[in-house]
Design a protein around this ligand. Structure first.
Ligand code: ADP
Ligand code: MG
Length: 204
């Protein structure tokens, strides 16, 4: 389904959950409706409250299947699935049913080693530099690491999602009515990149 985006990858802590919520928040700011689907059994589900998107609990295969079936019947909505680390079979399944697959990775050799492997396993997926430094010197060093270790994958990388400490607010059970502009801007930027890479919406 081309309105289904999944954020996966074999390593924990790369930013899958944060990126899921940032993307959905960004889509909301662009006037698009979306659901953020939790699959990680170690996380507590979140609720809609003041969010511009709807978090849903897809932590069992049955729940996940129901959510995906429902999304099929809601052509105006986007679905973003927050994957779970160390779940290669689940990742394979999500890769097969999604219109766009994102693999976040941080500026670390360990993350880069894993994402290179994941990019090889999932040849249509995109890597997304995540928790990217905002300090110019650190940014230069991070770019240098990409040149060194990710050169062959450059065409398959989205623009970075920068470190924004306020991104944690989206993972609180209740979010403030107004979120910092810097967070909104990063989320909007991510949502725009994703929309540009999705296939044109189905004619329904
Ligand atoms: N863009 C970001 N800016 C600041 N902190 C971030 C960002 N993305 C993730 N983090 C932080 O990094 C940690 C791991 O992120 P998380 O989204 O839980 O990763 P994963 O779901 O892949 O395990 C969390 O503490 C989260 O707040
Ligand atoms: Mg997570």
């Amino acid at each position: 389904m081309n309105r289904l985006i999944c954020i996966i990858g074999n390593k924990g802590g790369t930013g899958k959950t944060s990126m899921t919520h940032m993307l959905c928040h960004g889509l909301g700011l662009l006037g698009k409706r979306s659901i953020a689907v939790l699959t990680d059994i170690y996380r507590e589900p979140l609720f809609r409250d003041d969010r511009g998107y709807t978090p849903l609990d897809g932590r069992t295969p049955e729940k996940l299947e129901k959510i995906i079936a429902k999304l099929e019947s809601m052509p105006e909505w986007y679905g973003v699935i927050d994957g779970t680390a160390n779940s290669p079979e689940m990742d394979r399944h999500l890769y097969e049913i999604s219109g766009l697959v994102l693999l976040p990775f941080r500026d670390s050799h360990e993350d880069i080693r894993t994402v290179r492997h994941d990019l090889d396993t999932f040849p249509e997926a995109f890597g997304v530099p995540s928790q990217w430094p905002t300090n110019p010197w650190q940014q230069m060093a991070a770019e240098h690491t990409l040149d060194e270790l990710m050169q062959d994958y450059r065409p398959r990388l989205l623009d970075p999602v920068y470190t924004v400490s306020a991104s944690k607010l989206l993972l609180h059970s209740q979010i403030p009515a107004e979120l910092p502009t810097v967070l909104n801007n990063v989320c909007r930027g991510l949502a725009r990149q994703v929309l540009a890479r999705l296939e044109p919406p189905e004619q329904e």
